[in-house]
Design a binder for this molecule. Sequence first.
Ligand code: FAD
Length: 475
Amino acid sequence: MNAPAIVWFRNDLRISDNPALTAAARTGAPLVALYILDDESPGEWRTGAAARWWLHHSLRALSESLAGRGVTLTLRRGRAHYVFEQIVAETGADAVFWNKLYEPWAIRRDAELEAQLRDDAVKTHCFQESVLFEPEKLRTKLGENFRMFTPFWRACLASPPPDRPLPAPESLHAAPLPPDSDDLDDWRLLPQNPDWAIGMRKVWLVGETAARAELADFARHHVGDYKVERDFMGRVGVSRLSPHLHFGELSPREVWHAISEPQSIGGEAYLRELGWREFCHHLLISNWDLPDRPLDRTFERFPYRDDETSLDAWRNGQTGYPLVDAAMRELWITGWMHNRARLVSASFLIKHLLIDWRKGERWFWDTLVDADLANNSANWQWVAGCGADAAPYFRIFNPALQGEKFDPDGAYVRRYVPELAALDVRYIHRPWAAPEDVLRAAGVRLGVTYPHPIVDHTEARERALAAFESMRTQP
Ligand code: FAD
């Protein structure tokens, strides 16, 4: 009888368009499906709390769809090296199939693991699926890594287009005796006491089937308006596919093909955002210290402040700036935040409060269901002004103006900052400017029911620019 082949699921928690699964199935070998909760290898970047909630449900969904094809998903916890020693010994497997990851810790771990398995005469087969264009193959004309998005995206578009997605394998041949599995509930990926996931359960359907339905709905009804609607926080303008993409419940090429045909202006704008995802991966793979060190090293001497009180006010959505507070509460309640809100709230932390971007990056890491090392670190650096093709430092968002422009009726603020829900639209983004009788009519008492702004916008802006200048002129 054939020795079993192991399919190692990682951030590719799906059956369709999964090259590792398809290739393993094609060998005809009996399959062992494996997921490892390896919290040691990533170190500080182990999956954060909100993403663990997502992971639980995604594993449940994958396990059910594999079970529907007669295959048991084996769950094991620990360093991948140890788990493989055990599983190979228990099953006698002679091949392992996986899809590639781009986190530096994963690249290092997988290379070591490959060597270990080779020593044990186990063949490894690695596939590329989590990005559209191999990020390490794209180079400038001078053979260097890209530091600017536009030429990077041009190079992507000049490459052969992404292949068509693979269908789910028609049949899977399971190993007769699957290895013992941990019980998913024992992993305690869900919050216990308190249960902070109530809001997340209300807004998300997790897993491959739900992801595909979301994609179909977005491609059918919303992508046409994406270019205009994507900036408005209170509306259904964006796809909310980021956690599905991060956990690989959908492959980016499935999204690419669903959106690019028929061609539309909205579709083109959407593919460009997928391009930013590619660019972030390119940046991470060519700068392994992206999560920790500013790409522009001048910023290593930026005079950030230690201010735990303001950091807490920001985390808790109590800054007195309605848009920033709505954003931070959306994050806390749903595990996700609209892109425009991410830009404004991150900019507020870094520029209004002069707090180190790495503190915000780490808070997002723990609270986002779509927390992704490449996207998160590259975007935080972009907002901080120290990243590749970054926003110039002096671009300091005015949260009240951003609110008036991109949440004109205040729907977003009213949803997440209910203590301001009845406030006149003229003041919804600047309650501090409202006359006393307007506040009273809306039941708002500044400093009691809703905070006064923790910093004055104009003063904070000047302080940020002075800090930038001092960094630049310091020898
Ligand atoms: P859509 O507008 O529907 O875009 C489609 C897809 O394109 C997204 O799902 C995402 O995969 C990709 N995308 C869109 N914008 C970006 C971008 N700026 N950078 C990279 N990819 C993008 N995205 C994450 O997936 N994980 C993160 O941890 C993350 N952290 C961020 C932190 C900050 C400070 C900022 C400013 C942005 C961050 N983003 C992150 C990028 C972006 O905000 C989200 O990808 C987007 O809001 C997800 O919502 P959506 O799926 O509705 O996006």
